[in-house]
Design a protein around this ligand. Structure first.
Ligand code: MSP
Length: 506
């Protein structure tokens, strides 16, 4: 079985500071990367910054900086965000790095040699915000379909023969029905491609901030052709015999926002086919967040700063909220009420209290040792205990579809079940009447919490570590192979528990 897994975030434009949208994509990828590692995969998780193009050049000018100075400056913010979000990325690529420029120029040369690039003249609309070309029929009331301003561009340009790839793309989508998820997005892409593809302008001459086109340095590469190549540059392309390339290409998943699906699901596969390279296995397009019901935009002044909300509410709390609140793939609304309900309800009441109750009862009443595995489970115990055997498989199935919210729902159904069990069995009463039964009940619950904490690790790495530490679970026994029925909690000496998810009153 192929146990390598390559996952990428989009690379972020350095024209502005990081915001919640960037954090969202990155956190989702991090959960997937951590999940796969715990599941025994050799993972490469890539993120980085997209530093060329007119948009970045313009932003730099407005700050009286050279584009590179400016890119260095903002790229640092994105790099430091990876730490703030506790991302487990294995690499951080910048498109101004040598390894990337080499890869982008090599891919260009390959397309050129294969006769898929030709020189002509472009005249048409260009939207700076999207860094995208639009045809006359796409323009709505003088704007791009995304609402971005457009300007008329006329310049000598190289073209990629995208129109020739229409049938091959459609054939590929049909053969690979899960290539684009969610399914509704696949239909959108298909109908866009069926509507006809025009050759794509892939170079510019009217500004300078980009990767030079090989053998014609009047031209710089179109920023999207440059940017998409990052997924290859980070694994050693053009050296296709290099270990990283051999292990990790084709990528298992490119995670993107819905606004940049077309570039990933139409242009990128066409470039790759034209360069005779294998196609990624999946493109997942997630939805967009609004803020208290309003579209997020700088002009509205309602941009959500990830650093701010993390310092107010806690990192794991935000990671949990973003992935639980909204079905992954749909749009969602960021509201304080909803956030507090999740923190105080799901985290404090459900998971936090369960851990606190069980661990402190064990600490106080079992001399600080996890009780011995009970020898005789009653029928109720068996029903409860056995349910946990399906936890891993069920959660894994949802994660493999990127249904993070469903995966979390499943885990929380187990947590609810454990809370129900503890209320029914009332070990605090057994303490006075039946010590042995109390020990059995607490053993079952401690083992349930161990399993919950193990499977929650990808979502909330810090908090789950605290729980596993409180239960003194050995570091080497925290991966998913310890979720099977052969493994159970040992008679560890435990530490005095402290609350993991304090309630937040506002
Ligand atoms: N540089 C390109 C990507 C090149 S990938 C080869 C780019 N960068 S970006 O910085 O503008 O956007 C990065 C991601 O942030 C996109 O996936 C986009 O969907 C996401 N988001 C931006 N605003 C968002 C929300 N309000 N909500 C959720 N995600 C959003 O595009």
């Amino acid at each position: 079985m192929d146990k390598n897994y390559y996952i990428t975030t989009p690379i972020y434009y350095v024209n502005d500071k990081p915001h919640i949208g960037h954090a969202y994509t990155s956190i989702a990828c991090d959960v997937l990367a951590r999940f796969k590692r715990l599941d025994g995969y050799n993972v490469k998780f890539l993120t980085g910054t997209d530093e060329h193009g007119q948009k970045v050049e313009k932003a730099a000018k407005s700050q009286n900086k050279s584009p590179l100075e400016y890119a260095n400056f903002i790229s640092k913010d994105f790099k430091s965000l990876t730490k703030t979000l506790n991302l487990s990325n294995d690499d951080f690529i910048r498109t101004t790095e040598k390894r990337h420029i080499l890869a982008a120029q090599s891919l260009w040369s390959k397309l050129y040699e294969n006769k898929h690039i030709y020189l002509d003249k472009y005249s048409g609309w260009y939207a700076l915000r999207d860094e995208a070309f639009y045809s006359e029929k796409e323009i709505i009331n003088g704007k791009a379909p995304s609402g971005a301003d457009v300007s008329w561009v006329e310049e000598e340009s190289y073209f990629f023969d995208l129109s020739k790839w229409q049938d091959k793309l459609l054939e590929f989508y049909d053969k690979n029905p899960n290539f684009i998820l969610p399914k509704s997005r696949m239909n959108e892409v298909k109908s866009f491609v069926k509507g006809g593809l025009r050759d794509l302008s892939v170079s510019r001459t009217s500004f300078e901030w980009g990767v030079k086109v090989p053998n014609n340095d009047k031209h710089i590469m179109y920023v999207w052709l440059d940017a998409l190549t990052n997924y290859l540059s980070a694994i050693g392309y053009p050296d296709t015999l290099e270990n990283e390339y051999v292990n990790f290409w084709p990528a298992d998943i490119h995670m993107v926002g819905k606004d940049i699906l077309r570039f990933h699901a139409v242009y990128w596969p066409a470039f790759l086919m034209a360069a005779e390279l294998p196609l990624p296995k999946r493109i997942f397009a997630h939805g967009w967040w609004t803020n208290e019901g309003k579209k997020i935009s700088k002009s509205e002044g309602n941009v959500i700063d990830p650093l701010e909300i993390i310092s107010s509410y806690g990192l794991d709390q935000i990671r949990y909220f973003l992935l639980r609140e909204v079905p992954f793939g749909s749009d969602g609304d960021f509201s304080k009420t909803a956030l507090l309900a999740r923190i105080n309800g799901d985290l404090s009441n459900d998971l936090g209290n369960l851990c606190q109750r069980v661990i402190s009862m064990i600490y106080k009443n079992c001399n600080g040792f996890i009780p011995k595995k009970c020898e005789k489970l009653n029928d109720r115990d068996i029903i409860f205990h056995n349910k946990y055997n399906s936890l891993y498989e069920n959660v894994k199935n949802e994660i493999d579809k990127q249904s993070f919210h469903e995966a979390i729902k499943l885990i929380w159904a187990f947590i609810a079940d454990a809370n129900k069990y503890i209320d029914e069995q009332a070990p605090w009463k057994l303490r006075k009447t039946d010590d042995r039964r109390m020990n059995d009940v607490l053993w079952i619950l401690a083992d349930a919490i161990r399993k919950i904490a193990i499977i929650v690790q990808p979502f909330m790495p810090d908090s789950s570590t605290k729980i596993l530490d409180q239960l003194s679970i050995d570091i080497s026994e925290r991966n998913f192979s310890y979720l099977d029925s052969k493994h159970a909690i040992k008679t560890n000496k435990i530490n005095s528990p402290s609350p993991i998810f304090p309630r937040i009153e506002e």
